[in-house]
Write a protein that binds this ligand. Sequence first.
Ligand SMILES: NC(=O)c1ccc[n+]([C@@H]2O[C@H](COP(=O)([O-])OP(=O)(O)OC[C@H]3O[C@@H](n4cnc5c(N)ncnc54)[C@H](O)[C@@H]3O)[C@@H](O)[C@H]2O)c1
Ligand SMILES: [Zn+2]
Ligand SMILES: [Zn+2]
Length: 363
Amino acid sequence: MRAAVLIERGQPLVMEDLALDNPGPNEVLIRVAATGVCHSDLHMAEGSFPAPLPCVLGHETAGIVEAVGSQVRGLKVGDHVVTCVSGFCGHCQDCLTGHLSICQDKGTDRPRGSQARMSRPDGQRVHQIGGLSGFAEMMLVQERTCVAINRDMPLDVASVIGCAVTTGYGAVVHTAAIRPGSTIAVLGCGGVGLMIVNAALIAGASRIIAIDQVPAKLAMAQTMGATDVIHAAGIDVVEAVRELTGGGVHYSFEAIGLKPTVEQSFRMLRHGGTATVVGVAPVGTSFNIGAMDLLMERKLQGSYMGSNQFPIDMPRLVELYLQGRLKLDELVSRRIGLAEINTAFDEMKAGNGAVARSVICFG
Ligand SMILES: NC(=O)c1ccc[n+]([C@@H]2O[C@H](COP(=O)([O-])OP(=O)(O)OC[C@H]3O[C@@H](n4cnc5c(N)ncnc54)[C@H](O)[C@@H]3O)[C@@H](O)[C@H]2O)c1
Ligand SMILES: [Zn+2]
Ligand SMILES: [Zn+2]
C-alpha cells in the first residue's frame, strides 16, 4: 500500500510502498477514505515535537473497516469509522473516572519486540504515531483508537472529527466547560481554532472574539460564529480584547502553540477567567505568568484532544453535523491527493489564508 513516510525531520515526506501485518486479536484493519492535515503532523515533520523514525504521520482519519481481529466485538467489517490519537486502555483510574484522553496506559501500539504492524519491503519497521498512520491507503490499529459512526456521514467531512473537531469542541465543552452567556476569545483560527469558535456558538457564548494574523482566517471565523474579530498585526491584542469586553474575557483559548500568544491568552482574562491552551508549543518552552494576574483568580490549563470521551463524543459530533449545527463543510476547504501532502505542509507553514483544513482523499 502507498504511504507518505517521514524519514528525516525537516525533510519532505516520501511516497513508499509498505506492507501491513494481519490484524492481531484486538486490531482493526481500516481502508482509509480521508485524512485531515493537522498542525501537529507538521510539528512532528519539522521536529519541534518528537516522533520515532521512519514513521507514517496522519491521525485525523475516517475510513471503512476491512477486517477485524478474533476478539474485536465493537466493530465489524464494513463499519464506517473515525480514528482518535488518544486511544485508551479502559481499566486504569483515569479511564474509570471518565478521563479517557489522559490515559497513560493506552496500549495502542503492539508490545515491544512483537512483529511490526507496518514495514518496508526489506522488513524495516515503520512506526505509527499514537497507534495511527493515516497518511496511507490502509491502517492497522488497536480497536480502542476508532469508533463507528452513522453511515449517512460523508467520510471526507468525517475525517476532521478525528482531531480538529474533537479537540476544538472538547476544549470548549469539556475542558473549559464554558457557561452560556460568557465571553470568549480564540487566538488562532486554523482548523482547531475555527472549531473552538463554532463550539462556543453551540455552547451559548454571548461574545466570541476571533484573533488571527491572516485576515482571510478572520472571515472564516465569522462564518463559524465569531461576533468580533481582531487582526493580530501591529496592535496590542490584549488591550484590544480588554477594550471590546470592558476588562477581559471569561474564557480564552490558545490554538496556535507559541509562547507569546499563550501569555496573551492569560493576560486577556477578566478576574476569575480561565485560559485553555490547546496549541502545542515546542518541547522545552515555558511561560511567564504575572503574579498579580494570577492573584485575581485567573486560571491557566492545558487541554489534550479536547478532554474527550471519543467513543461517545464522535458519534454525537456526527449528529450535530447532520443536523446542520456543526459547520464542517466550511472547515474542509481543500481536498487533495496523498502525493500533495508536502504542498499542504508548505501552505500551513506559510499561513495560506485560503485553507482552513486540507483533507487528503483516497480514491
Ligand atoms: N492540544 C491538542 O490536543 C491539540 C490537538 C490538535 C492540534 N493541536 C495544536 O493546535 C495548534 C493549532 O493547530 P491547527 O491544526 O489549527 O493549526 P493551523 O496551522 O491550521 O492554524 C494556526 C492558526 O494560527 C494563526 N497564527 C499563527 N501565528 C499567529 C500569531 N502570532 N497571532 C495570531 N494568529 C497566529 C495562523 O494564521 C493559523 O490560522 C497547533 O499547535 C497544533 O499542534 C493541539
Ligand atoms: Zn491533530
Ligand atoms: Zn486507561
